[in-house]
Design a binder for this molecule. Structure first.
Ligand SMILES: [Zn+2]
Ligand SMILES: [Zn+2]
Length: 161
């Protein structure tokens, strides 16, 4: 009983810490003011730079970055611990111990991913994979289903269907 209680506490602390960080980050993003340049030319330049790649669909971008469409991750990267959260693992802003945190059951990891991360993912729009190997690909996954099958196939991270 004590073991179960400790485990629940540990999970709650881990999730609360993440909530706090995520809220903090979201808050900063909202608070970030639109950049006001004094020179009009800078504003124009910003527009050009931010517009980069906007005419390409995500698949084209992925292909461009990955000529020949070779597998992005070696099969060995699938040997992850199935109780680790893939999103936390890829979050370099987290302390190392939080990144490699192992849940005591796979179902606890699944709960965590759903309650903490998937809730915040876009309802419309693309998904990105959070594994460091996939970082350069950006948001190349078009649906939540694609995201889930990608993390399973490439990283061995099973999430609920
Ligand atoms: Zn996580
Ligand atoms: Zn990936």
């Amino acid at each position: 009983m004590t073991k179960v209680y400790q485990d629940v506490c540990r999970r709650r602390i881990h999730d609360e810490e993440l909530e706090r960080q995520l809220n903090g980050l979201a808050g900063e993003e909202v608070a970030e003011p639109a950049v006001q340049h004094q020179l009009a030319v800078r504003t124009e330049l910003q527009g050009v730079l931010c517009d980069f790649n906007m005419n390409l669909d995500p698949r084209s971008i992925t292909k461009r970055k990955n000529p020949g469409n070779r597998p992005l991750c070696s099969p060995s990267s699938a040997a992850r611990n199935p109780t680790q959260c893939i999103v936390c693992f890829g979050d370099m802003a987290l302390p190392y111990n939080s990144r490699i945190y192992k849940f005591s059951r796979v179902s606890h990891m699944m709960d965590h991913v759903e309650n903490i991360h998937l809730r915040r993912m876009p309802v419309a729009g693309n998904y990105r994979c959070f594994h460091p190997n996939c970082e350069p690909l950006g948001d190349f996954l078009e649906t939540l289903g694609e995201f889930k099958s990608h993390v399973l196939k490439v990283h061995g991270c099973k999430l609920r269907a």
